[in-house]
Design a protein around this ligand. Sequence first.
Ligand SMILES: CC(C)(COP(=O)(O)OP(=O)(O)OC[C@H]1O[C@@H](n2cnc3c(N)ncnc32)[C@H](O)[C@@H]1OP(=O)(O)O)[C@@H](O)C(=O)NCCC(=O)NCCS
Length: 416
Amino acid sequence: MEDNDEDKNKTASTIIEMLKEAGVSTHSLEEKEHKFWDTQPMAHGEKGTELPEGPVVPDKKPEEIRQEPYNMPAGFEWSTVNITNQEEKMELYTLLANNYVEDDDSLFRFDYSQEFLEWALTPPGYSNDLLLGVRASKTKKLVAFISAIPANIKVQSTDQLKVVEINFLCVHKKLRAKRLAPVLIKEITRRVNQTGVFQAVYTAGVVLPVPVASARYYHRSLNPKKLVKVGFSRLNPRMTMARMVKLYKLPDQTRSNLVPMTKDHVDGVHHLLTTYLEKNFKLHVNFTAEDVAHWLLPRDKVINTYVLADNNDGAVTDMVSYYHLPSAILGLDDTLHAAYSYYNIATSMPLEDLMRDALILANRTGSDVFNALNLMENESILEELKFGKGDGNLQYYVYNWNAPSMKPADVGIVLL
Ligand SMILES: CC(C)(COP(=O)(O)OP(=O)(O)OC[C@H]1O[C@@H](n2cnc3c(N)ncnc32)[C@H](O)[C@@H]1OP(=O)(O)O)[C@@H](O)C(=O)NCCC(=O)NCCS
């Protein structure tokens, strides 16, 4: 949501930062007790910086890894989800559509589409064993979920690290606050360890021990009338709706000759993207060409990627991409159509022009708002392109890895 009242919306982490800047001791505030997370191999606060960069605990030998699954409370059982099976995909969709992330005021809830879920959970190398659900033993209803997909990342001075990306942690509303989430996290960790992987990357709105970076969402209104109507944005006292509509109006045509990415562009995009990420960021994925094809080839209402190719040698010089993650507008039978900035690289034009074209393209296909984190080079275009600051932070974590924290501009990973 747009941050309409900055002071009211200061998150704990921003307040801690402000106190630190003012020279006030924040030790007691930061040392909030985490019954579960304090038992996990995370670099804890100041102590973390004393450890060398690398794993907090060493890799386990196969015989040191627990063989049997963690116990579920009576009445529940583990069940992996076959996401390419239509029925099971629908079950996961339904669990998330009713129980996944909401904003603080419960006005909106993420509504990841079934096609999106299949895309997000089936990259090269994915395994059904790591798409982990919990079912009620009697009814077989899916009541909780967590996923891990493989990736290879660079983090700080470690160029190649095999990790998983953890996502879609969800416990049914009726089963909350029963300490199920820690069991899900421990079981997925055990399964991931069995594949010889001991680190993970994940993001969360909440502050847990200990973020490696803290990013902020920004929102660019495309359909201000609807955004105000549904409570996403507010009309400032000195603004009329007509002026607001004019302020955010975009041309129909893009300035550049961007074209939708096709299979023919995979190698060009792979070269452009990997070179760019390696050169500029402390935390990024080392994409293979196969990964690029999976994550960036356009899929209807899921992911759009546009490229500009050099006329002479066919090399891809610029790319822009965004994914579609609608939110249900709770209470109203309506959907907020949101496009989320993914990976964008401008070499033949200013980034601002490229991103303006992305706004135009997203607007043309019915997105109500375009969201971007202040990662990578995004900070440089947010103001000029009329993005407004959102009301929450997104924390980045690397499980079982001690590394100095970094600025959002050092982060080159977007998790879905
Ligand atoms: C997040 C969610 C699974 C937590 O389950 P819960 O029933 O609220 O909490 P539980 O009693 O099972 O577990 C509490 C523990 O989980 C931790 N936790 C809460 N949210 C977490 C998150 N997003 N990631 C990792 N751990 C989380 C808590 O910090 C707590 O551990 P601590 O005592 O060490 O601090 C649940 O609230 C949910 O489904 N929320 C909606 C979807 C969502 O926000 N998912 C996370 C997206 S990042």
